[in-house]
Design a protein around this ligand. Sequence first.
Ligand code: ADE
Length: 248
Amino acid sequence: MTSNETIWRATVLTLFPEMFPGPLGVSLAGKALASGLWALEARDIRDSATDRHRSVDDTPAGGGPGMVLRADVLAAAIDAADAVPDCVKDRPRLLMSPRGRPLTQSRVMELAAGLGPLIVCGRFEGVDQRVIAGRALEEVSIGDYVLSGGEIAALALIDACVRLLPGVMGKLASGADESFSDGLLEYPQYTRPQEFEGQPIPEILLSGDHAKVAAWRQAEAEALTRAKRPDLWAIKVNQKRPKSTTDG
Ligand code: ADE
């Protein structure tokens, strides 16, 4: 087991700490958590409230619907998390928010290669802007839809990181041969039975010719990406384009 100082650790600030580890406590991530390959600390933002009612939110300045997470309470929660002995200094501080930059596999790989982020889960209408700026929070979105809070987004982000940590996937591929890691969607997979509802497994996959199989998979991955994700395909094509002398 790795020492406490070097273990990949996610610290989550939330109003619902009981949502963690949740699904991260089972399967691959759960086994790795239990065996100490990574660590998870869920901290209750409400513990940093100072008034009698332990309030964490208030009405938006300027009016409007909903409630906003208070800057003073959240800043105190972040500072308290940073003051934990042994915690990594200068780790990425993320704020899960539909307004953030969309999460990508390359950002996941960066986060997994570090010592683990601090993740703030927003609720209500949002978070006071001054704490976002004052604590340098990087806003991260997991898609263009609105969840009722950042917790499920944080679980998704942590899961994507944890499966890349050394030792977590065991004998499975390191993640190098899968969707997004090379900018393409994954090729189709097949297993037994050889024929299912009249559809056979593509013959080439049973040929035993590894080079042909690899070429077929590459072609399928490219065709799928072009058809389903023209946005990703355009990036891929651009990367392949030789740099002209007038570029940059
Ligand atoms: N919180 C609410 N919706 C979200 C989203 N789409 N991504 C990240 N955090 C969120």
